[in-house]
Design a protein around this ligand. Structure first.
Ligand code: FES
Length: 210
């Protein structure tokens, strides 16, 4: 991955264009569905300094207080990045989704090699899901929908992310469902841990042991 884009087949996203599309399209779509209020927690949760963003610097965060089932959103290179602490039940649901997914084995280049597994996460922190919160269709930001069952979303919904713009659906590992406009799984950015509870988003070069 270079300094300007997060890339995967068919999913390279220019930073500025992606951000404009993300904010503009998401707000417009939500206004149309009467869900404007849902946009504010997403926007308010962005915390990175402007200087760090301009430099494309990695984002360091302490996940020691992240509660099971909790999702936080950070900003990295102008993009929202989700950090979700999945519960054992959430991880268990991932085993049940394959037949409903387009790319259950993460064959497409949408993640670093260490996240090309069922959980789409580093093996030493499989419960922590880190993903770029941008739909791989046209760049809206999907909504976190952990509740299940939810037949209004999908007959086999086990919790995941729902894009309000055109209805794409992703499971709790960001794997895209079949029969939706989004062609690819959500992008997993480079990341690493510096200690047991310090997560660094945007850098996986300097591996450190916990
Ligand atoms: S942008 Fe997400 S479904 Fe179209």
């Amino acid at each position: 991955m270079n300094d300007e884009t997060i890339s995967g087949p068919g999913s390279s996203l220019d930073v500025d264009a992606a951000r404009r599309r993300l904010l503009g399209t998401a707000m417009g779509a939500m206004a149309g569905t009467g869900a404007v209020a849902a946009a504010w927690p997403f926007l308010a949760s962005m915390r990175t300094s402007a200087k760090a963003e301009a430099l494309g610097a990695p984002v360091e965060t302490d996940i020691s207080t992240l509660q099971p089932g909790e999702l936080r959103t950070y900003e990295w290179r102008g993009k929202p990045v989700w950090v979700l602490k999945r519960t054992p039940d959430m991880l268990e649901t991932l085993k049940q989704n394959d037949s409903y997914l387009r790319d259950p084995k993460s064959s497409a280049d949408q993640q670093p090699p260490y996240a090309a597994n069922e959980e789409r996460a580093r093996s030493d922190h499989k419960d922590i899901f880190v993903a770029v919160g941008i739909c791989t269709h046209l760049g809206c930001s999907p909504m976190f929908k952990p509740q299940h069952p939810a037949p209004e979303i999908h007959p086999h919904w086990q919790g995941g992310f729902f894009c309000p713009c055109h209805g794409s659906k992703f499971d709790l590992a960001g794997r895209v469902y079949q029969g939706v406009p989004a062609p690819l799984n959500l992008v997993i950015p480079p990341y690493r841990y510096a200690g047991a509870t310090t997560l660094i988003i945007g850098d996986d070069e300097q591996e450190k042991t916990a």
